[in-house]
Ligand binder design. Sequence first.
Ligand SMILES: C[S@@+](CC[C@H](N)C(=O)[O-])C[C@H]1O[C@@H](n2cnc3c(N)ncnc32)[C@H](O)[C@@H]1O
Length: 83
Amino acid sequence: MDDATLYSKYHSMQTKDVNFVLENYIKTIKWKSSESILDVGSGSGEVTMQLLAPVLPHDFEKLVGLDISPEMTTYHPKILPIR
Ligand SMILES: C[S@@+](CC[C@H](N)C(=O)[O-])C[C@H]1O[C@@H](n2cnc3c(N)ncnc32)[C@H](O)[C@@H]1O
C-alpha cells in the first residue's frame, strides 16, 4: 500500500477490525511496567495514534510505528517518521 491519501480515505474496514481486536483482546494482555510497543505495518500512524495509543497502559515507555512504505510514514504531518 503506497497511496496514503487513498488509504486514509477508505480504511473504515480496517478501523472496524482494529476496534474489534482491541475491544476483545487488549484486556487479555499482561503488561509489565514501562513496555515498548512496536506496531508493524502502521501505515500513516493514524490507527496507531487514534485507536491503539489510548488503550495502552499509562506508563508505557515507547510506541513505535514501522512501515515499509515511505509514502505512508510521511503522510501524516503530526506523526514523525524515524529514519
Ligand atoms: C492495510 S495497511 C494497515 C495500516 C495500519 N496498520 C492501519 O490499521 O490503518 C498495511 C500496511 O502494512 C505495510 N506493510 C506491508 N508489508 C510490510 C512489511 N514487510 N514491513 C512493514 N510494513 C509493511 C504497508 O505498507 C501498509 O501501510
